[in-house]
Design a protein around this ligand. Sequence first.
Ligand SMILES: Cc1ncc(COP(=O)(O)O)c(C=O)c1O
Length: 376
Amino acid sequence: MGNKKNIILDDIPIKINEIFNYYSKNNINILECSLNKIFEKKNILFVENGRTALSKSLKLVDLNINDEVIIPGYTCVAVKKAIEKVCTPKYVDINSFDFNINPDEIHKKITLKTKAIIVIHTYGKAADMSAIQDIAKENNLVLIEDLAQGIGGKCNSKNLGSFGDFTILSFSLHKDITSLSGGALISNYPIPKRYEAKSANQSLKIFYKLLIAKRNEFLRKRNKKYLIYNLKQYNERFLIKEQNKKIYDDMSEKNYITDYMAYLLNQQLKNLDKRIQQRRKNAKFYIEHLKSELTENQNFNDHTFYRFTIQVRDRQKIISNGLKQGIQFGKMYDYCLKSLPNSRKASETNLNIPVHWKLNEFDLRRVTNFINKNVK
Ligand SMILES: Cc1ncc(COP(=O)(O)O)c(C=O)c1O
């Protein structure tokens, strides 16, 4: 018979029966096993969000405000805030070709105070982990992989997130696997934890928000206001204010996850590879069809194409004109954390173009024609 009435938001199945397993840890155990296997690490703590996971990792290795941590000059401001809670960020410029931290520049910023490197696989593109791992080893630095955007990616056939001492995940709505909120800290370092029994309220809240998002998706389609970028990204506006989200300070061992959240994450993890493969096909289409000066050749086996990014001069105009035609572009990020040449250029010119796995050839052609016509 099977449950044919499952409601699916984007790629999240919102199954009602699963909410009522208040006291079960079945889905949590399955999730832990999957993550242990993917990242080759044995300890996991689920936390309120990705930024909390990041600051907890720095506290776990006893860093303080006099210690310096290397991070890319171009990334999410949440990363900067999470580091500043504990120690001092030192900014390194990015590569112009993949927007990831430039290993050659890392050397120049290492001092006696440097204790850790945080690598971010921006837009789901694998950073050069072999070079960065060597630098960390030579200088005895803790290596942290922020995988908020890179889950499912690879470097030299090895899963991203399996190189560092710590792996950080974010499960907020626009991430590749989401439970609306949440994050994880994964490591072979011992991470203390204690399970909380209460989960009914949290699960119901998540279910309710997912249903509202589903309704909004339906209304948008019915009103033909469907913007092709990323359903989750768009729904987020109805749901949570991302800015100024809290970094949870307490170092208690509370494991912030319910069985329902784990159910949602497990379901998406199952299909993650399929979605990434589809995004790779979309990215390939763009590389073959966009003006050649806009695209670089890409490593299709490694990158997840969480975002597909080109650099344009007239970004704001393109975004406004795109919206008029039902195409939603992104500008992640329109700021840099430190004004370094490549970071600054990226913050002024990077344009994320729709690469969502549900786009069909018609959508991709629409986007391609629009860009080839409008980008000078
Ligand atoms: C690279 C990166 N790291 C960390 C975070 C923080 O994750 P969260 O929003 O779950 O705190 C984000 C996202 O928002 C991110 O893009």
